[in-house]
Design a protein around this ligand. Sequence first.
Ligand SMILES: [Ca+2]
Length: 286
Amino acid sequence: MAPAGKMIPLAAVLVAGTVWLSAGGCGDPAAQGILVEDIALLDEASEPGSPVPSRPPSPAPPRSATKTGLVAYYPFDGDARDASGRGNHGQIRKKVRFVPGVVGKAARFGGVDAPGCVYVKNSESLKFKRAFTIACYVQILDPAGKDGYGRRADKAHQVFVAKYADPSGWVLYAHYNGWKIPTTGLTGNGRGAKWAGARVPTTKHLKRWMHLASVSDADGLRTYHDGKLVKSTSIPVDFAQANRHPMWIGRQGNTFPFHLNGMIDELRIYNRSLSQGEIQGLMRSR
Ligand SMILES: [Ca+2]
């Protein structure tokens, strides 16, 4: 916090956190100052000759990420703790490593040969009626795995996050097996026994980061790839079955695990539908 009454070069604002700019005078800065937060790094805002602080070695967390309705947030910067404040901390099962990611570190899952995952106990805040948003960075390093019969396959279904008990629930995943073009996206059991799915064809996806976001609300299910709306359906997800089950990260929760061989970073889950602008705000730090 800046001391009240002191002039602050604009460059000094370019730090993470909340900064008070005083309007002059003394006393309580909260009474006289201007609250400035969520300011992006803008070098052009600096006056000529002003000292510009060097950028940190890794990008700062996305300052514009909305917190309204946030029920789980896993930065994966060395552990599986929930930073949303809702207490949905993850428990690491077997082995999950933490490696350089998009923002700080990311969780690295070893696939079928070195399976590890994160288990999140079911909670009231992870139960949804209809509105829901899930967003994260994902990267697949090797598509090999096991198919639905437990047989090894060079290209297998891989799961990022699921709240799932076959054949109902929801799952964010990449699908290779049996598809000419691999797809990523979210599917879940839809209302009226219709399957709700919004999968995205992803031709250049291996060993590169993708930002995925799926939104379900009364208008249906929409999936965004790198901030762009790429698939929508009018069928929303019916969460009734999923609400009875825990959440799994890096695998599916039922008999068929479909282990991920890849990485996940900055996983956020909201109990409301986010706008496209809000979703783009989640990935602004790239
Ligand atoms: Ca991270």
